[in-house]
Every structure is written in structure tokens, then in C-alpha cells.
Design a protein around this ligand. Structure first.
Ligand SMILES: [Zn+2]
Length: 450
């Protein structure tokens, strides 16, 4: 099937194996070849499972109705074999709600059900566990706070015990500036990003609580040493690892960059703590041809979820390179597109759509809630231009940059149909723009005293 001609409108770049090959054959190159063979019929638009319709660029339409049905279904009951997901309840909510919002559905209809899921998962000692009776974890707490931001409203914001959350974050802070993901747990860049997203959305005090162990090391604030910790995670390749000294990875790169962009203005803080040319080089190497999708690490395969983790790095870096924000509008000159939007569109719409609804890692894989959310988030990030302005709804100087982002749809050079455009989400928080502002402003009006 791979040797069949492609549909009209598809450049050879997206239908032919790369012209230059490393002659060394390894298990990795064999896997890459097999993946390419599997993707090619989808990229050419000739796989018998693709239902179309195809546009003049040879790109299939987004099967929106099927994906909406899949996202609604993902928020319903699960059979017993899914018991492993019992520790991911806030995530299941976040992925489903975000997918629905991206596709133009109203996620607020799940408010009461979300409250019923999250109330028992919150611990009186601060933070949310993955479910009832589980210890608090930063990943689950991040997903819980974001989900509550998405459904919005006073009763959603009031549900969070912000005082206890702040005390708990103080117990996770480490002497080297990083954060453990749970008490006694591992320390990595996810922790730092989740903490900064939680602090900025909930307007928590920056001071460390009096009983924080990190105070004994001379630290005073939750943010102390955090940017330096992120800096130590940039590797010899130019990418960013989960913790100092290990392999660079796309999802950690997003966490580190988003964390820095929450701590300060991207054009100042990112060049101060990262080697930007090396980072751009490593991120660029994550996009493969002819697949067009991103891989998470060197010598790994394309995977749809990196459309968000790697794709989400680009607006942040673009903003850093664009420099100081302008008054209430996009910058007059911009560094422009740093990756192939066409390639990513073709990979997502051609290779990641499961024909019964839901989005997936790659052809041959089953769709799931996680991939549906992050493939759609990547498609949305690719369809919109995200930039900062010099006005921000928050009265906090510290977070004025984080809340100054705006977006406008990209209208030039698209290979997808207008009807396939998704809603934009905030590039640092992963929630609708108004949801982030509303949560922050509600909390700002109800300050917590340290
Ligand atoms: Zn994946």
C-alpha cells in the first residue's frame, strides 16, 4: 500500500522516506522504518480506514462529532479493568473537559459531577490525591485546580482549601530550589511547573510557611532557586530533562519553559536560564519528516501527545524571541513560525484520528483520553498565534506577564478547513483564557494571609 500514489495536493516531503539515511542499522532504526511504513498510507490519505472528506491539500477533515462523543464517553463510568485509573481521577476530568472545550462544547455542564469527584480527593492537610483516600500529589492537584478553573464559578473556587494548599506546597519545597511531587516523593521539573501554575492561579502567598524545611537552608520564598533548578535541567543536547543529569524529554521541556514563563517575562527569564539556540536546535529536531509529528526524545518515534508537549514549547519560545510585548496587540515584527505547522497538521489529521472517535499516539495505537486531549491541544496551539501584551488583569507585578497572553487565529497557509479550527487555550495554564483570569481574580479578591 505504501507504494501507491498519494492523493493530489500532498507535497513529496510528506509522502517519501527521508532522502538521507544513516547506514547503521539498529533496533531503533528498524522501529523507525516500521513506523514510517505504517504512517505513509495515512499521510498519503489512502488508508482504507480513513473516511474523509479530504480537502484540496489532501488532508482529511477533523471527525469532530466522533471525537466529541469519545470525550463525553471518557467522562462516564469505566469497567473494572480500568481500576488503575483510580489514581488519575483529576486527570480524567481535566483531559475530558479540556477536549470538550477545545472542540466547542460546554464543559460547565459537568460542574456538580466534578465537585463530587474532587471533594473526597482533597486532603485536609492540603492538596488533592488521585482519588479518595490517596495522598496529595502535585500532578493530581494541578489537574484538579485546572479542572475547577474550566468549570468555573464561586463554588468551584471555594472548593479548594487554599490555606492548606499553601502549607502543603511549603512541605514539598527543597533546599536546591526544586519541589517534590508528593511528601517523600521524587523531585523533578513537573513539580516546579505544577506549583507555579497552582500559586499563580490561586494567588497563594510566595513566602514559605514558617514550618517549611526549606527555610533551614536559607530559602524564604516558594520561588527561590526554582529558575536555577530548571537551568540545571538543560542537557548537553540542548533539551530539558526531568531532573539534573538525565535525558532531555519533550514533556519536561514544556514544564520547564512554562514554569519559567510563569516566574517572569519570557524574553528576560528564558535567555537568562537557558541556552536558547541549543534549545531551538533540539526542539526542531523533534519534528520528523515525512511524518510531520513530534517525538519526545532523540531516536524515539513520533507520538501525537508531543503535539502539545513539544508543540506547546514553541509559543513560549516565540514570545521570548519576539521580545518586549506591545500595547494590547501582537508584536509588529515577530520571529515567525519556528516549526512546520503544515507537517503537524498533516500528522494530526492524517495519522492521529481513530475512525471510531478519539485521538491516538500513532496509527496502530488505540485512542485514549490523554492523547485525545493533548493531540487536540497541539492542533489548537498550531492554529492560533499566542502572544503577550503589556496589559494584564492581575494586580500582581510578579504574574503580570503570565496573565498578559492573548491569541488570534492564524489565517495564512493552513492545510486544514476553517470548520476544523479549535478553540484556543492559555499556553501556560492549559485552560481557556477567561477561565485562568476568572480564577486568579476571584482569589486575588480573597487574599490569604501567611
Ligand atoms: Zn503519547
Amino acid at each position: 500500500m505504501a507504494s501507491q500514489a498519494a492523493r493530489p495536493g500532498i507535497p513529496d516531503l510528506f509522502t517519501q522516506p527521508p532522502p538521507i539515511r544513516d547506514p547503521l542499522v539498529t533496533e531503533t532504526t528498524d522501529l523507525q522504518d516500521a513506523t514510517l511504513e505504517r504512517c505513509l498510507p495515512f499521510l498519503k490519505g489512502i488508508h482504507n480506514s480513513q473516511s474523509g472528506p479530504f480537502n484540496a491539500c489532501g488532508v482529511p477533515a477533523l471527525q469532530r462529532d466522533d471525537h466529541v462523543a469519545f470525550a463525553y464517553d471518557s467522562l462516564e463510568d469505566y469497567p473494572a479493568s480500568f481500576v488503575i485509573l483510580d489514581a488519575s481521577r483529576p486527570w480524567m476530568a481535566y483531559w475530558g473537559l479540556t477536549s470538550l472545550f477545545l472542540m466547542g462544547e460546554d464543559p460547565t455542564r459537568f460542574r456538580e459531577r466534578l465537585f463530587n469527584t474532587l471533594r473526597p480527593a482533597q486532603n485536609p492537610t492540603g492538596g488533592f490525591g488521585g482519588g479518595h483516600g490517596q495522598i496529595s500529589h502535585l500532578a493530581g492537584s494541578y489537574a484538579a485546580v485546572l479542572s475547577l478553573a474550566i468549570v468555573g464559578g464561586e463554588d468551584a473556587f471555594e472548593l479548594i482549601d487554599r490555606q492548606a494548599m499553601w502549607q502543603w506546597l511549603g512541605r514539598l519545597k527543597q533546599a536546591d530550589g526544586g519541589f517534590r511531587v508528593c511528601e517523600g516523593g521524587e523531585k523533578d521539573v513537573r513539580g516546579g511547573y505544577c506549583v507555579m501554575a497552582i500559586i499563580s492561579l490561586l494567588d497563594l502567598p510566595l513566602e514559605l510557611p514558617a514550618d517549611s524545611e526549606a527555610r533551614k537552608a536559607g530559602l524564604e520564598n516558594l520561588t527561590d532557586g526554582l529558575a536555577q533548578y530548571m537551568s540545571r535541567c538543560q542537557t548537553y543536547e540542548g533539551g530539558i530533562s526531568g531532573s539534573p543529569g538525565v535525558e532531555a524529554h519533550g514533556a519536561y521541556a514544556y514544564c520547564a519553559l512554562a514554569c519559567l514563563a510563569l516566574l517572569g517575562s519570557p524574553e528576560e527569564i528564558i535567555p537568562r536560564h537557558m541556552d536558547v539556540p541549543m534549545l531551538v536546535s533540539w526542539l526542531s529536531a523533534r519534528q520528523y519528516g515525512p511524518e510531520g509529528g513530534f517525538s519526545g526524545r532523540t531516536n524515539k518515534l513520533v507520538d501525537g501527545c508531543y503535539s502539545h508537549w513539544v508543540g506547546g514549547c514553541w509559543p513560549i519560545l516565540q514570545s521570548a524571541l519576539d521580545g518586549k510585548p506591545q500595547s494590547n496587540g501582537p508584536p509588529a515584527t515577530t520571529v515567525g513560525h519556528l516549526f512546520s505547522r503544515e507537517g503537524l497538521s498533516r500528522y494530526i489529521l492524517g495519522c492521529c484520528q481513530s475512525n471510531n472517535g478519539g485521538l491516538r499516539d500513532k496509527p496502530g495505537k488505540h485512542p485514549d483520553s490523554y492523547h485525545t486531549c493533548y493531540v487536540l491541544a497541539g492542533l489548537s496551539a498550531m492554529q492560533h498565534y499566542h502572544y503577550r501584551t503589556d496589559s494584564s488583569p492581575t494586580s500582581s507585578k510578579m504574574f503580570s506577564s503570565a496573565f498578559s497572553w492573548r491569541s488570534s487565529p492564524i489565517r495564512e497557509g493552513n492545510v486544514y478547513e476553517k470548520s476544523d479550527r479549535l478553540e484556543p487555550i492559555h499556553p501556560l495554564f492549559g485552560v481557556p483564557y477567561p477561565s485562568a483570569d476568572a480564577m486568579r481574580l476571584w482569589c486575588e479578591a480573597r487574599p490569604i494571609t501567611p
